[in-house]
Design a protein around this ligand. Structure first.
Ligand SMILES: Cc1cc2nc3c(=O)[nH]c(=O)nc-3n(C[C@H](O)[C@H](O)[C@H](O)COP(=O)(O)O)c2cc1C
Length: 408
């Protein structure tokens, strides 16, 4: 069987530690990784393209507007080629550019255009690292889902002592091996997930419906994070304006009945995450033709809709190992969510407070509390929904791996 070699795109920035990337390159090549290198203009002051060519055995990419290399492989193709992008060293300047969305040279354009995991390995003087601006930039990048390796504390090339020192090449190499090892474990397990998201529409007639403010962002981010972590994921989405990333399987639905039927069809899965704001009510009757204005004073009779979480939590047929519900509450958040957890036989309830203006429904930020059936409660403080999604997905995978072990 042919083993697929992992592809790493290494971006080398303009720091004194750039020379360490040569040893890292040697370790990775020896271990069979496929490497392509992007060298920034400042990076070239610290390591020569010639030494990189000799070690990598390939071309070094330097310019955004290089007629020959752009024709051969452009910045988008380079970022799509990689399984992982590594920035070594990640200078204060590269970190700042990325956190501000700048794309002014080949390296920064690749980083901004990438849809892959990016690991930043910072290296800089202690003052540069501890500067508020750098710290704010790093915080921002973490909320965007970027990963950092280091820096560590130690004696610097400039003679000062403190935090800002780049990790050693051996340590970086071990971390990369570990990253791929973990990703492979999850992939090889072939876990499956379904995530519901968005609102539902409950139609009165062909043009009028009952719905709610849900944007579907949180569920979408969870589906994306699970997929990126190697879980085969289906997103069942009610009507929304979400720009869905290519490659994510999406089933679009409108009504709660359609969502319920899509959920049942998507079983069996290992984990089901119900983030959708399914309407609790639907009109008792559906008028085939548009209701006339003169009938507008008529009362609308409502029926309850199917409670999908409750159904899946209690089903004996293909019940997922992990059933997770979202609970949007405006009062008594924990109390109400705990009741929901029990009544619906869910394994976890993820509670979010929708009484606040800056988080939750239709916002980019959220703050949630995970309440587990074993009594464990953990909080994820206010952050971007993408960040919250990556933490929740990490917790889901941890739980699936533990369950899997106990079954073997
Ligand atoms: C001798 C020397 C050493 C430098 N070392 C570092 C460093 O370790 N980290 C850093 O962030 N910047 C360092 N700089 C500053 C960067 O080279 C400068 O900010 C540059 O614009 C970064 O380019 P890049 O965005 O291509 O990395 C150093 C500059 C000089 C002249």
């Amino acid at each position: 069987m042919k083993i697929k070699r992992k592809k790493i795109l290494i971006v080398i920035g303009g720091g004194i530690s750039a020379y360490k990337s040569l040893d890292l390159l040697r370790f990775l090549k020896k271990d069979g990784y496929e490497i392509k290198i992007v060298l920034t203009k400042s990076g070239k002051q610290f390591v020569t393209p010639l030494s990189l060519v000799s070690l990598s055995g390939g071309k070094i990419y330097e310019n955004l507007f290089d007629k020959n290399s752009e024709a051969e492989i452009d910045h988008i193709a380079l970022s799509r080629w990689a399984d992982l992008i590594l920035v070594v060293p990640a200078t204060a300047n590269i970190i700042s550019k990325l956190s501000h969305g700048k794309a002014e040279d080949l390296a920064s354009t690749i980083l901004l255009a990438s849809n892959k995991d990016i690991i930043l390995v910072p290296a800089m003087n202690v003052r540069m690292w501890s500067h508020k601006a750098t710290q704010e930039n790093c915080k921002k990048l973490i909320t965007y889902g970027y990963k950092f390796l280091g820096p560590t504390e130690g004696q610097m090339a400039c003679g000062e002592f403190g935090k800002g020192k780049m990790l050693g090449p051996k340590k970086i190499y071990m971390e990369i091996k570990n990253y791929f090892y973990k990703r492979n474990i999850v992939k090889n397990k072939k876990f499956k997930a379904l995530v519901t998201t968005g609102p539902t529409r409950e139609y009165l007639d062909p043009v009028r419906f009952i719905s709610n403010e849900s944007s579907g962002k949180q569920g979408y981010e969870i589906a994306l994070a699970l997929k990126r972590m190697g879980v085969k994921t289906t997103l069942i989405a009610g009507p929304s304006n979400l720009q869905i990333e290519k490659g994510l399987k999406v089933i679009k639905v409108k009504t709660s009945d359609e969502m319920f039927s899509a959920v049942k069809k998507s079983l069996p899965v290992d984990v089901a995450v119900f983030t959708a704001a399914v309407s609790d009510f639907k009109p008792s009757t559906f008028q085939k033709n548009k209701i006339k204005k003169d009938k507008s004073k008529e009362r609308i009779e409502l029926d309850g809709t199917i409670d999908i979480l409750n159904y899946i939590g209690k089903t004996n047929q293909n019940r997922p190992k992990l059933v997770i519900g979202f609970s949007a509450e405006t009062e008594k958040l924990l109390h109400n969510s705990k009741i929901k957890l029990k009544n619906k036989n869910a394994d976890w309830i993820i509670a979010n407070d929708i009484s606040k203006n800056d988080i939750g429904f239709n916002k980019d930020y959220n703050a949630v509390t995970i309440i587990r059936s074993d009594g464990k409660v953990s909080q994820i403080k206010k952050n971007k929904k993408s960040f919250i999604a990556s933490i929740i997905s990490g917790e889901i995978i941890k739980k699936l791996l533990i369950n899997d072990k106990s079954l073997n």
